[in-house]
Design a protein around this ligand. Sequence first.
Ligand code: PLP
Length: 424
Amino acid sequence: MSLAELSAAELAALAEDLTARYAELKSAGLKLDLTRGKPSAEQLDLSNDLLTLPGTGQTTSASGTDVRNYGGLEGLPEIRQIFGELLGIPTEQLVAADNSSLSVMHDSLAFALLHGRPGGTPWAGQPHKILCPTPGYDRHFHLAQELGFELVPVDLGTDGPDLQTIKRLVAADEAIKGIWVVPTYANPNGAVYSEAVTRELVSMPTAAADFTILWDNAYAVHHLTDDEIAAVDVLGLAAEAGNPDRVFVYASTSKITFAGAGVSFFGGSQAIVGWYLGHLAKRTIGPDKVNHLRHALYLKDADGVRALMRNHRAIIAPKFEAVEKILAERLGAYGVATWTEPHGGYFISLDVVDGTATEVVRLAKEAGIALTPAGSAYPYGKDPADRNIRIAPTFPPLDQVEAAMDGVATCVLLAAVRKQLDGS
Ligand code: PLP
């Protein structure tokens, strides 16, 4: 029976029961953490062969490059070819870089701010805003804020953002220079951008001639079901729409091999890649090609990556199932929460009763369960409805995920019941 249908007496009894349950939870002395979207140690162990590959003594790539030396700014062709196939991007339009795609995002935006995009003027000298589909990735928002962009929220559903609003905004405002997009299994709500949505984004009229889609395909191959959807050919679609330079593509192996020692990627039209490398050449003499080679040797080919991702799935899918099962069992009947059931990626997005997310996170913290701060998936950390909580189940072992989620469910219900009692 939903909370709203309970009589005053029933509500009071439930509140009493939950208060006792919460006191028990607090006294259990838990120390659990659902904040970080990190691979678990068990997942990292899958790629430990990377640690011994240097023992093979190989120092040259198939193309004859000595990977120990300077140079090769665009990265080793072997690794670019493997990820080009997975991302649907021709090798020559994909650059391989060092271990963090976030730093590639920083560099490419800094280049646009300081120098302007090809043929354009520097963004830094003019008002610059960026569209932020929400809920979204907090580090995207922090990076853009750090670089002086005004963050403009737009709603993100599970199959893409609010296109009508986006089209209206970008047509009217020249200061809107771009939009963050996590096209596959978005962080945190698991949204997947369809080809139709992508076509709209690459073809819509924009007041800014240098409007840029920041296409962060961080979870392109991170499937949780047998439906291993292929990456949308965003660069091909943009070219077809007559806007070949509209898209910057990002990706990395952070959640494929080692999160702190992987390979990142930057993709775009030939003009955009040439522009990016031209500025990058002043920043570095070349990337860590030793790491590119060991990744290419270890992964072998696109199928090697797909096989590795199935091993990841075997470890993490049960954790997602546990979260969904516990939420359904504990909260389903009360109508106090909705949550995503993603087909891939690293997160579950939990919406609780409006106005209670901050309180749920506080209650959980007091019971020893760390959750990402409420509002963190929104620009400036402000969720206007105070309803969204990002759950990251990959890092802790399964039994800890279960214990933490049972505790979270108690907190969600307790906060909802207290709000209802306050309002009645
Ligand atoms: N992009 C998204 C959407 C993410 O969720 C994350 C990490 O959680 C990153 C990028 C970080 O990527 P990298 O490790 O390559 O810097």
